[in-house]
Design a protein around this ligand. Sequence first.
Ligand code: ZN
Length: 1015
Amino acid sequence: MRLARVLLALFLMTPALADAQIDPQAIKPGRDPKQLLDSAYTKKIKEYTTETFFLSPLVDYMPAAKGVPTPMATLGDIAGAPTKLPYSHEVYDYMRLLAKSVPKRVRTWNIGKTEEGRDHIAVAIGSDALMAKYEENKAKLAKLGDPRTINFDDAQAAKLVQEAVPVYYITGTIHSTEAGSPTALMELAYRLAVDESPYVKNIRDHVITVITPVVEVDGRDKMVDLYNWKVAHPGDVPPNLSYWGKYVAHDNNRDAMGMTLALSRNVLNAYLDTKAIVLHDLHESVAYLYDNTIGDGPYNSWLDPILTNEWQMIGWNNVQEMTRLGMPGVFAFGSFDTWSPGYLMFMAATHNGISRLYETFGNGGTAETVERTLGAAETARTWFKQNPPLPRVRWSLRNNNNYQQTGLLVSLAYMANNRTTFLQNFWQKSKRSINKPKMEGPAAYVLPANDPRLGAQADLLKVMQYQHVEISRATAAFTVQVPVRRAAGGRGGRGGDSAVTPATPTAPVLPQTEAREFPAGSYLIRMDQPYSRIADALLDYQYWAPNDPQRNPYDDTGWTFPEGFGTAAIRVTDLKALDVPVERVTGTITAPGGVTGSGSVFAINHNSDNALVALRYRFKSADFQAAEEPFDASGQKFNRGSFIIRGVARADLDKATKEMGLKAVALAAAPSVKTHPLRAARVAIMHTWATTQTEGWWRQAFDVVGVPFDYISTQDIAKTANLNAKWDVIVFGPGIGGQAVIDGLPMYRNAMPFKNTPETPNLPTWSQTDDQRPGLGWNGLEMLRTFVKNGGVLITANQSADFAVQFGLTNGVSSNSAAARSVVGSYLRSRIVDGTSPIAYGMKDSLALYSDDGGSFSVSNTRGGGRGGGGGRGGPAARETGRGTSDERDQVQGFPQLEARFLLIPAPTVQPWEYGPVTDDMMRSPLNIIPPDQRPRVIARWGDLNGLLVSGLLAGGGDIAQRPVVVDVPLEKGHVVLFANNPIWRGSTLGSYFFVFNAILNHDNLNAGRKIDAK
Ligand SMILES: [Zn+2]
């Protein structure tokens, strides 16, 4: 019966059915001879293409259409001309002009704004018939995308699959130095709108193409400024593109998990709003067209294999069709693993669509035609690259545009010809996402209402909302079976302070479960929803086997968001979780806040919720004190470091804490606990002109959380007479270290201005220089040292921490590198060593910290940094060869047995995160012994080897475990704070931000709680 209905549906097909009978393979690429040719444009295509085999019959001509301007109208030349990179507004002008000229086929709209206030746009193109039914088609796709709306009715879905057409979303130039796609997309839009060739008409009639021609809009306009500067200054070295977006550069394509950037949120919103089933992102760093749709292993574990099989179909078809067209250097497969879901294209993969990415060959931010040479690895003929790129060619922007357009047209044609297959898959993937609880599981994740860090929980839920994940809240307490939490040493006990995973994984076992009750108000992320996969991917744990055949992870191997946020999300497979009475949650999620109790003194527990630092800055003139010990008040427990506030009107504090999700308790009198002031420190974030990206994530976090700062460069240090008069804290984020910080860029040639001028009007006013080349300089280093000696605090991480160590700012510390590739962007367990340090106030013990490469420190009580306990491991000294058993002493024959007074006093055990005591022997030559109050103070260390790995890859780890990771190093009156982890990374480590904020708020009291060695 059901089959009959499907057949009937097929029979009664809409117009699409009629031409579905045409053999798609019969539609050959090539122009319609009946359509007029734009011969001037066509001539230029051939002129700017450097070899005939870099053209295809799809783009070797330009059709003319009466009343419809080609890109020439805006560009003054053709797309891909060697003289022109258009600004975003020029690209938009053309797209809008096209829409005005062919209104029945093309429409444009704004999809949001960038951080710097520029527009993001989308352009949709389809036949008159398709565009007339755009909304109707969207409604059909929406039903296929959410099977709940049609009761999982396969027959109705089959009908919709026949009636609807797919939407294919293409995104250009997310990477600003990969600058060719906007012109390719302008021309592609024109072709899709007017070309009457059977090949393009078939696409237009069966696919709606949506284009966002410029994804990184802020970076695009800066890039074009610098390209124009280069043209105006022939022979000069052009300035570096130091900033793309406001915060990050290349990493804008690693934000599809944290969704911290406007471009990520705007593109995902547009992708989901148009009901697209493909997101195809254009890049330009591999010759000549690398379709990395197929990628390499390991594949991301949370994706439906239906999708990963689609990758194979689409990718190999792409290679096959372009091979037919005679274009060399087109390949799929290759080195890119698809493990991390952080890429823009992955928004489709994690939302039941199809992710695609092209690397074509760009000339690096110029329109000029240049000679390009390739290495042997790139030109070798391999099984997946049968027609490899050539060792030496002249390469033009037009060549690049030819490849981009040809690849896209081939892809769109494949989508048109196989639309029912892909729409059927879309339906099935959506259905399987909703069926997740009953199939692979889990049923839900529970975020308990009694989590000690509800601010972090709200932040995590905000990420879920950006991802369009449905969130529910329990209206009553409930009990479900959860995995048993094990003590240290057990397997997989997670989400609690005892959470530990063993260094050597055991064979998988079914987890034991226990009943656990969760209070009313707990949040549930139910997995019976269309976008369950992205929620599962972000909330679950990752394990990258050290012996995985993929030796070069392409990006981070772990990302477990609840661990990085320092909050709990419990994975529940018990289907009873779906019976819990809940309400759907929409709108802004904030932790509960406000003032309770009575009195004029207010206490707020320090639980390292990031809103705490923002509160301090919001009431800058109020008196904030930090409690140096835990205390009880009003029947509540307050952690060490908790805030005691005076001089704020209750109503004002109530309003602020409600907004910010903080709970304040009014007290009649301040608790009798030792306190010191928490000041709204004057902060500078310092960058180099060599790289600004990794510190960009720090800047962004400060802006998002609400910590004001001045933004300065290393060049500003030497120019500032008295650093201490301006700032209390200088934050030197990660990115670059070594001599390059001092030297800057090579001074051989011309000055490289990075400045907002009429010549470069899109460069930012918030970070400028007349010359990018000079670095900190030796004078700057001395001034930085003086700043710290006079009481300033310098905060450093990774490379900048190594810099501080290397250039003598941190006596008694050395940096350790772990063995290569033992850690690649993993989360590792840490332990607090000195909880009395203000830097540790409110921090969760056993927090998971992000580690790029397994770096750590060693500490010592002697100058020069040498190894302390970390170097002296290995147990008791082995005895020499001689009489007796292994634990006995040798005995010289004919000499008395040695009395105790002749024997060595056993050395105390020194842990890898410690240094040993100063001995009398050492004091005989005390020159290098650091005075007790100037010795490094270890705040946190990496966890024990057993349980060190939280998420991602850890191979070995003996050279990481237990070593210091957060160290406070006094330097006369001030401090240098060192992080071997990166506490602020891609919006995914909110749980470790407060190490940094604590150092800022307590900048003039970092010695609080310190135990000074006796000698
Ligand atoms: Zn790229």
